[in-house]
Design a protein. Structure first.
Length: 511
């Protein structure tokens, strides 16, 4: 048997031969070699995970900063927040009210003598028994209401229900309802007030017949087609006296209206006293909400800035996780993730900028401390504390100061228009938060962005590119290792064949 010539084969195309000639565990040896070669890839994956953790934590902080800015600080920028009023009524069954920002603190007596009502009209007992049967009558019914006249064409095939449907959809502002048990039709204007009217004058002869003969409306029309005074009804205006002055009677077309900065609702006839005062609870709670939310975010940021980093706990690889329990993985990753934002420059600038604003003084007015909001001890990381008694006293007795500290100081310009002359803390903090949010977004990106061009985003993209390159290199390396072992197997196989041939020849010669 002739020796095998290696030049006859393309080694790269050979199937993997695992120790057929050598007895070596080729797969195990290649795996060990690849494990060592994959260490740089593992480092890249760990580095990527580290950046991803940073990105996640920065985005989480940014979401909290945006909540503080948009849902809390923004409200304190508005002067209207400090103009909240509350209204009490001695007789809520007569009237209740809420106060607008322009309402003046004080007491108002209201004597309601009449509620606003819509126009009502009821038919007599109907002369038809089936509301779905055709009336076999044509004509035009005219509905007049609130200086508006609407013509409704009735066909011979129309039933009572059809006529009612046409009235309700006519745009006359009248709603008709048929009550089967009472066998009557009820008409009511959609709005209240004396301008509301249910008037069928102007209906032609066919329409009059439908109204009288079928609906039993009892309408008597004059020869000129106009109704007499008994053939239409109107709504009623609300009537009342203010502050016990019986010389002037006020009227409103509805039972809910605005007066003296109050949004008043009449509920019945009688007398009540409406007392308007500053809503200290609402203002206090708005400020407390700010302090609580501010404290939550500065505490979180301070924790991340001062968190210990455990360098002996790098992010786990997938292979390492497979060999561990879930509970152990959790404990490991808590330490591995710890300190990922320690002393982060971007976060530190945001943190100290916020604290600087919170401790600042509004020129000519005062600081938060002057109204009972102070900063804790140095080791508490900038937390704010409220002296509730002092803050409530400031709201009740020096509301302008409280308002100016948060919302700024305004003075009229030459034209009498209010002009900001000193920024309030809420205004300053709002701008500071915006700058901080922008800075963090530039560093960590945002989940709402279609394309992440942030600093960390670009770092992750760069690592991804290196990972792809490394995976290609490792794939090629693994092929090369297997090719080399295959070549070794072939050489050993060749040597074994040559040895067997020589032994064969020696045996022949010795015979």
């Amino acid at each position: 048997m002739d020796p095998i010539s290696m030049n006859s084969y393309n080694v790269s195309n050979l199937l993997r031969i695992s120790g057929l000639a050598t007895g070596l565990d080729t797969d195990s040896m290649v795996q060990q070699l690849m494990k060592a070669a994959s260490i740089p890839l593992d480092k890249l994956e760990q580095q990527k995970q580290w950046y991803q953790w940073q990105q996640e934590d920065l985005r989480d902080i940014n979401a909290k900063l945006m909540d503080l800015r948009n849902n809390v600080v923004f409200n304190l920028k508005l002067q209207g927040t400090f103009m909240s009023k509350t209204v009490s009524s001695t007789s809520p069954n007569v009237a209740t009210a809420t106060a607008g920002a322009n309402a003046v603190n004080g007491s108002y007596t209201i004597d309601v003598t009449q509620l606003a009502q819509p126009a009502y009209r009821t038919s007599g007992s109907l002369n038809i028994m089936d509301p779905n049967a055709a009336l076999n009558q044509t004509g035009t019914i005219v509905l007049n209401n609130n200086n508006k006249s609407v013509s409704i064409q009735i066909l011979s095939t129309d039933s009572l229900n059809t006529v009612i449907s046409k009235i309700n959809s006519s745009g006359a502002g009248i709603t008709a309802t048929y009550d089967k048990n009472l066998n009557r039709v009820f008409f009511m204007s959609n709005n209240t007030g004396s301008s509301q009217k249910i008037d069928f004058s102007g209906s032609d002869a066919g329409g009059q017949q439908i109204l009288n003969d079928f609906l039993n409306m009892g309408i008597i029309f004059s020869t000129d087609g106009l109704n007499t005074d008994t053939n239409f009804v109107t709504g009623k205006d609300a009537k009342f006296y203010l502050n016990n002055d019986k010389t002037v009677q006020y009227t409103e077309s509805t039972n809910s209206f605005s007066l003296l900065g109050l949004n008043i609702t009449f509920n019945g006839v009688g007398t009540t006293n409406l007392s308007v005062s500053t809503d200290t609870d609402k203002i206090f709670n708005a400020i407390k909400s700010f302090v609580d939310t501010y404290n939550d975010i500065v505490t979180k940021i301070n924790t991340k800035l001062t968190e210990k980093r455990y360098y002996d706990y790098p992010p786990l690889t997938d292979e390492q996780k497979q060999a561990m329990k879930e509970s152990d993985i959790k404990l490991w990753e808590e330490k591995a993730r710890s300190g990922n934002l320690a002393n982060d420059e971007t976060l530190m600038r945001v943190y100290y900028s916020m604290r600087k604003v919170a401790s600042s003084t509004v020129s000519g007015v005062g600081s938060l401390a002057s109204i009972g909001i102070t900063t804790g001890l140095w080791y508490e990381g900038g937390k704010l504390y409220i002296d509730e008694t002092k803050l409530r006293d400031a709201i009740a007795n020096n509301l302008d100061k409280v308002k100016q500290i948060f919302s700024g100081v305004y003075q009229p310009d030459a034209n009498g228009n209010p002009t900001l002359v000193a920024k309030g803390i809420a205004q300053d903090l709002y701008d500071t938060l915006k700058n901080g949010i922008d800075a963090i977004t530039n560093k960590a990106g945002s989940s709402s962005q279609f394309y992440d061009a942030s600093f960390i985003g670009n770092r992750i993209k760069g690592i991804d590119d290196r990972i792809v390159q490394m995976q290609r290199y490792l794939n090629d390396l693994e092929k090369r290792y297997y090719a080399q072992f295959t070549q070794l197997e072939m050489y050993i196989g060749q040597m074994n064949s040559q040895s067997a041939w020589l032994n064969q020849q020696i045996g022949i010669m010795t015979k």
